[in-house]
Design a protein around this ligand. Sequence first.
Ligand code: ADP
Ligand code: MG
Length: 726
Amino acid sequence: MSGIQARLNAISAVINYKPSHAPLNFHDTKPTDIFGANVFSERVMKERLPKAVYKSLSKTISLGSKLDPSIADVVANTMKDWAIEKGATHFTHVFYPLTGMTAEKHDAFLVPDGKGGAIAEFSGKLLIQGEPDASSFPSGGLRSTFEARGYTAWDVTSPAYILENPNGTFLCIPTAFVSWTGEALDKKTPLLRSNQSLNKQAKRVLKLFGVETTLPVTSFAGPEQEYFLIDRNFVFSRPDLLIAGRTLFGAKSAKGQEFEDQYFGVVPRRVLSFMMEVERELFKLGVPVKTRHNEVAPSQFEIAPIYEQGNLATDHNQMVMTTMRSVAKRYGMICLLHEKPFAGINGSGKHLNYSIGNAELGSLYDPGETPHDNAQFLVFCAAAIRALHKYGALLRATVATASNDHRLGANEAPPAIMSMYLGEQLADVFDQIKKGKLKDSKTKGVMSIGVDTLPPLPMDPGDRNRTSPFAFTGNRFEFRAVGSAQSIAGSLVALNTMMSESLDYIATEIEAATKGDAKKLNAAVQTVLQKIMQDHDAIIFNGDGYCDAWHKEAAKRGLPNLKTTPEALPVLTTKPVVELFTKYGVLTEAELKSREEIYFEMYSKTLKTEANLVVRMATTIIFPAAMRYQSELAAACANLKAIGQDFKMGALEDVTAKLRAMQAAVAKLEKLMAVEAKSTHAEAKHLCEKVLPAMNEVRSYADALEAVVADDLWALPSYQEMLFIR
Ligand code: ADP
Ligand code: MG
């Protein structure tokens, strides 16, 4: 079915929507019973594993020590029994290829016993290592076809879990995905490596402050996830939403977000039902989702978890995205994670709250209360300042995708210029440090690091400076440029490694200055902090990141402004970045090159698909509608003439002109699409600089036609319908 009928059917389906399944029975199950019910957690391990095995495994998990392979068989067997009790027939190694998606391949536990029956089997070998036929995942040249197979390796630190389907369940084992030669083919491997280097360098600094901790120092992440929900029936009448996840056409709705009546408003009933089921599913998987609310744009919402260890938070965020996508369908809706599904209203991001520390120490970005704590805090904070100034472009490159390009730098998300917001008081403290005269803002006396306490720093509620890409919010930093559809792994890897390098620098400087004499610590800290501020304070900016004046000022300060993905991605293989990642053992030059290559390819594939869609939709949906209207107008003119009225119709001229302009724009776009590029880079650049503007030109005429063509001829659901009919 096509044309206006599909659109009318969609609207009627929304209006007549009835839930297809029974409501959740929330009376009989307490949330506390549900939480973690499907996780092979430490508690389950403690209950079911032999004591010695549990102890050994628990040590590997909490301390990051090496896994003892001799325990694998026992763990596998216990895991299998637990899974089968929960109805599982299959297991899968879950991995995270560079597409940013979650990948899984299922294997049955059952094997024939040779006597006509079957037994359930699962060995340590199968638990520890898998060999998915993953040759079609991108490797960016890391694998040649004769060694196409990569292997998956069990990540002990992220617990196994059960996923449910109405027809059965299966066991999921989080894994890293590497080539036979040991190169990372995924998002997880470098994240685990970067946590290790962060631990090593952070501990060197802590040691100088006399702080001992048995646990590893690691990254913590709390990703706030934004998304859109619209009725599924609209999507079936919109090839652009179905295929590209965003609208490539669509005139602005008469009402957008200007009334600000959506943000934190009452959540619509069907959406709330969806949220509750999502939360229940995620609770079962041990994902600590905490907040839910409406976002700024119509039909836009947010879900945020309680922060967790970076690696676990990354896996959990992938689960959040997968769960939302699948539960939405059950409620007749589609969950759009695209960064910019609708032009003219806000897009979706993923604020990544980031800190480092551990359960014993808390956040190392927490100022603390004593002068000693304050000094230590200033050191970790200065490390972040130096890191962002040195490697801001790298962090920018980690959020470079075709879809996120639509969002960064528009007036809804931070610009592509990386800068740091510290808040007035902390910025003042660092300014004084730079000048070498640290004044206590309360007493006006001269303050000495490690001797006097900092003035109390207000805990930023998070919303106060939304225009900064990297904001200090009291005990963590909030990196606001991550795209809503992206894995947070890339940015975490960069942050951990950048922090490692700066902590290494600071530790080396202080070690040299104190030579083990604790009495010299405060003076050494003061010196290194002053040096950092003299060299790197250009990154600090507390003003409005959206205004033009900042763009000019940032250029003066020499801060890079990499506006598009093709501009940003080459940063991954620049000399300083290659040196950074190789020095800390996080990614080799070959691994970085392959990543750059894959991300370029993904960018180009996205744009090519969209360009094809633009041509197809303009030709087969928009042109016919406008032409029919043109004929109606022409017929009306002819009729008027026939009865002797000398009539010139402006509307007919207008539609005709717009139609012609659209056709010319389509022809121009097709010509540009046919241009052959010499390299992946050249292709991406061509798509970005030539094809994308040509797509937008086609759209501008199509949207202008939407505003004049008779509504009963227009086949595409409008922005108004998609965003406001729920
Ligand atoms: P806001 O909405 O003002 O940004 P929230 O308290 O909702 O503040 O926090 C947003 C996210 O930051 C949550 O996921 C929260 O768990 C996380 N978060 C809080 N403290 C830390 C921390 N020390 N490190 C990392 N993330 C944190
Ligand atoms: Mg926030």
